[in-house]
Design a protein around this ligand. Structure first.
Ligand code: CMC
Length: 385
């Protein structure tokens, strides 16, 4: 095997087929089960898109009503999950909280499973588990943000749909329709993106016939990194550093001289712009107007035009979503958990797809360590013998 046979970072490798989404960098498009994501984001609820990702088609009225009823039934944070979150230090990253909560939910659900041979579950069982995770994640994320702010938790409201209830549980007040709409769009745009790092992680875990929860917990770990989901949080850190549009030029000079990565820009697959950005930027524009924050738009536009002008590297979804979540009122540390709440739909759809035609994912490696050698002359630690 030569160095050229090695696809570092699996770049350009087609690892399997998927019917869930299609990313086409040439046409700058992203389809969920055949539908352009921007059409879904501007016409559908996140619940309908979750249904589509799991089942392959958009729901009819009855199917949507059933999903909504189940989602409402599982919105409450179980007391023991709340207690487990409380054990996570307040200064730990909220993604550690989310990972811990989901791990406990999985352990409780799988309690009594006799053997590892029984954990992967049927499609029906996994679909039910997926809906329950989708339903409870807003409670986990909202509880975390309120806990860090020293606020009491807010119980869910059955009369609100997913997005409005998520905001209600986080802020304890009803959000304006324009805010709910922008948030709903962001959830849809974040829901699915083919074999990204966290989804692939979930598929690797599922391919061993482990359980859905283990696959989701592993995916949360992969999403936490700043090269992946952590970038939406990192964008806000950059905005905070820069402060205002006038400072963009000097800040960028220094950042590029230090060879820093500018978070929220670049993509492994899209090289001429991320297909999701225009839709999320339009949602951000509505929020800028709603909250009367032209300074945010000025910083956003100036950094984008300066960086694209200098490097030819375009924004990804995290670039508009970071400031959008900030305007809505989410703490910066909550941004990546919001990504989890959205992407859990894509992850679980992929886990079920993987299990539906499974092959253990086990690539090869090219060894570049020492040549074969032997232990002659090596003096062992006598105490260890
Ligand atoms: N800022 C500065 N330089 C960059 C950036 C950036 N954001 N992105 C790429 N480059 C440069 C990089 O330094 C390298 O330059 P050189 O060839 O001179 O060494 C070149 O472009 C290729 O970069 P790469 O990192 O090797 O390319 P990749 O395909 O592995 O990178 C990426 C994809 C997303 C890891 C990278 O663009 C990046 O680190 N971006 C910042 C983090 C970020 O916004 N991540 C969110 C990704 S999209 C949402 C998601 O899927 O989670």
């Amino acid at each position: 095997m030569t160095d050229t046979d090695i696809k570092k970072g699996l770049a350009g490798v087609v690892a399997d087929t998927t019917a869930i989404s299609k990313v086409n960098p040439e046409t700058n498009s992203l389809l969920y089960r055949g539908y352009p994501v921007q059409e879904l984001a501007s016409t559908q609820s996140f619940e309908a898109v979750a249904y589509l990702l799991w089942n392959g088609d958009l729901p009819d009225e009855t199917q949507l009503a059933q999903l909504r009823a189940t989602e409402r039934a599982y919105r409450h944070l179980p007391a023991e999950v709340r207690a487990a979150i409380d054990l996570v230090p307040l200064d730990a990253h909220p993604m550690d909280e989310v990972r811990t909560a989901l791990s406990l939910i999985g352990a409780k659900d799988l309690a009594g499973t006799g053997s590892v041979l029984d954990v992967s579950g049927s499609t029906e069982e996994n679909l039910a588990r997926s809906v329950r995770l989708f339903a409870v994640l807003p409670a986990i994320v909202a509880y975390g943000q309120r806990r860090r702010r020293g606020q009491q938790p807010v119980e869910p409201r059955d009369d609100l749909d997913y997005a409005a209830n998520f905001l209600w549980m986080t802020f304890g007040e009803e959000s304006d329709a324009v805010v709910v709409d922008a948030f709903n769009r962001s959830m849809i745009l974040y829901a699915e993106h083919s074999f990204n790092a966290s989804t692939f992680t979930a598929r690797v875990i599922a391919s061993t016939l482990s359980d859905l929860y283990s696959a989701v917990v592993g995916a949360v770990g992969a999403l936490k990194g700043p090269l992946h989901g952590g970038a939406n949080e990192a964008v806000l850190h950059i905005f905070d550093e820069i402060g205002s549009a006038e400072n963009v030029g000097p800040w960028l000079d220094e950042a590029l001289a230090q060879k820093r990565k500018i978070m929220g820009f670049g993509h492994r697959v899209y090289k001429r712009g991320d297909s999701r950005v225009p839709t999320m930027k339009a949602a951000l524009d509505t929020l800028v107007e709603h909250y009367d924050r032209p300074d945010v738009a000025a910083l956003y536009d100036t950094l984008e035009s300066e960086f694209v002008g200098r490097k030819g590297i375009y924004p990804n979804l995290d670039y508009p979503s970071g400031p959008a979540y900030n305007l809505i009122g989410f703490d910066t540390l909550t941004f990546t958990p919001l990504f989890v709440a959205a992407r859990v739909t894509g992850w679980t759809a992929h886990i079920m797809e993987q299990l539906g035609s499974n092959a253990l994912i086990r690539p090869l490696s090219a060894y570049n360590g020492p040549d074969e050698r032997h232990i002659d002359g090596y003096v062992p630690d006598a105490a260890a013998l």
